[in-house]
Design a protein around this ligand. Structure first.
Ligand code: FMN
Length: 291
């Protein structure tokens, strides 16, 4: 999983782009993205989602219009579609790999936007020939961003995004919930945590919580009460998008940790840490290598 630019820069640069230039994705960019997506085969929890990049071609730019994004996205010139099983850890792996592919898209100068609710499932399913037991939890629109000036100015973007995120003390803890992790005590993991904080999430709910315990970084999912609203869920038949959000957070954390030379592995071993409420569940743990 190689990027041309530092992954920390790509994470800062990515944002949900909802208006694209009416410009086809260049063949070389498309080929690079397809190669990258093909290399993203297995997630950190061992599941194997499938991804397909589709792009409008010369003379048929109308072809993607039929895919339907309920008008929320203007001029998408491509999509990344992914299929996943709906078993333990699979949606997290889907989120992890899809976000990694979107960071490569950012690397290639492409804007993107995750779509978990606002797309017509049946039309996208036809593009991927779903196997038994597979679902399409989300897709992503891609294309060259229309607002080139904002796109260039990644510093302003990252700053604006940080203001739309929960503060550190609400999401990162030490040893137990309710005991915030002081940023000064995060050591080399300061940047990985900062980059988890600005990760995208469905409806910007940011359901990730991390508790540091020795060399273990335990990831928890704190579900948002009454989310999605039941009526919305019924109409759109949504996947469990907050588990996808956890996978996205895992990707930001691990890619940034590795960029900083930090080594470790994912293990799933629930710690003996009291949960703060019934909405919170354990997901997985990043265990730093010893020494
Ligand atoms: C799993 C997932 C599903 C999402 N679904 C949608 C969607 O259906 N429509 C949309 O406009 N944005 C969607 N988003 C984008 C979020 O609203 C966005 O990431 C969040 O508001 C933070 O903004 P940012 O991505 O610009 O940092 C989704 C994001 C994620 C991670």
């Amino acid at each position: 999983m190689d990027f041309n630019q530092p992954v920390s820069r790509l994470i800062n640069k990515r944002y949900s782009c909802r208006t694209y230039q009416d410009l086809l994705i260049q063949a070389s960019d498309l080929a690079s993205l397809e190669d990258f997506a093909a290399s993203c085969q297995i997630g950190p929890l061992g599941n194997q989602p499938r991804f397909k990049v589709i792009a409008a071609k010369e003379g048929d730019s109308a072809s993607l219009k039929g895919l339907g994004t309920y008008g929320f996205i203007k001029n998408p010139t491509g999509f990344i579609i992914g299929a996943s099983e709906d078993k333990l850890g699979a949606l997290e792996d889907f989120g992890y790999l899809m976000e990694t592919i979107l960071l490569r898209a950012t690397d290639l100068g492409l804007g993107s936007c995750w779509l978990g609710g606002t797309f017509t499932k049946s039309r996208f399913s036809r593009q991927l020939s779903l196997l038994d037991g597979e679902i399409i939890p989300a897709v992503a629109a891609i294309g060259y961003p229309a607002d080139q000036s904002t796109w260039q100015d990644k510093t302003i973007r990252a700053g604006a995004r940080a203001h739309r995120r929960l503060p550190w003390e609400n999401i990162f803890f030490t040893n137990k919930f309710g005991k915030p992790l002081n940023p000064g005590d995060a050591g080399k993991y300061h940047q990985p945590l900062d980059l988890v904080r600005i990760a995208p999430s469905a409806s910007n709910k940011q359901p990730w919580r991390i508790v540091k315990e020795g060399r273990n970084w335990h990831f928890f999912l704190q579900r948002t009460a009454k989310y999605p609203p039941p009526v919305f869920d019924f109409i759109l038949n949504l996947a469990d998008l907050q588990r996808v959000d956890i996978g996205i957070a895992m990707a930001h954390f691990e890619l940034s940790a590795r960029e900083n030379g930090l080594k470790g592995k994912w293990i799933t071993q629930p710690p003996d840490i009291p949960l703060p409420d019934q909405l919170t569940e354990y997901s997985t743990t990043w265990q730093e290598d010893e020494g």
